[in-house]
Write a protein that binds this ligand. Structure first.
Ligand SMILES: [Zn+2]
Ligand SMILES: [Zn+2]
Length: 131
């Protein structure tokens, strides 16, 4: 099973925690870090009970700092992933829209132009051979 904050597998059972509202799984530290600033589940957005929050919230300054650092790491991770997704999407979009010629002339028009030129050449050849 995976953590719904970092999307990594939860390897140690002791690290696992369930959202009481949606039953989604999280790393205990990752859910605790998320809950430093808000009162709701990151997945279902339901408000969590005060007892549940109390269980996860830091009891010491050192613990609070540790969770804050985890939160920053997760923020960086999600930003990096968002940037990665954005650049991937841009790449995909460019690939679809990518013009076949750098100045944006579609291949169809070039092909028609080529056909027209060939037709004119053939006509000229016919005229010169016939007359
Ligand atoms: Zn996690
Ligand atoms: Zn939930």
């Amino acid at each position: 099973m995976r953590c719904n904050v970092c999307y990594q597998p939860i390897l140690i059972v002791r690290d696992k925690i369930l959202c009481p509202e949606c039953q989604n799984t999280f790393h205990r530290d990752h859910l605790a870090a998320w809950l430093l600033n808000v009162d709701y589940c990151p997945t279902c957005r339901e408000m969590l009970s005060p007892q549940f929050l109390k269980e996860l919230r830091p009891t010491s300054e050192a613990e609070r700092r540790r969770l804050q650092e985890i939160l920053w790491t997760l923020d960086n991770l999600t930003n990096t992933m968002a940037n990665y997704e954005r650049s991937r999407n841009m790449f995909k979009k460019n690939k679809y829209k990518e013009p076949l010629f750098p100045d944006g002339i579609p291949l169809g028009i070039v092909f028609l132009f080529f056909i027209a030129i060939s037709f004119i050449v053939v006509v000229i050849l016919l005229i010169t051979t016939l007359f």
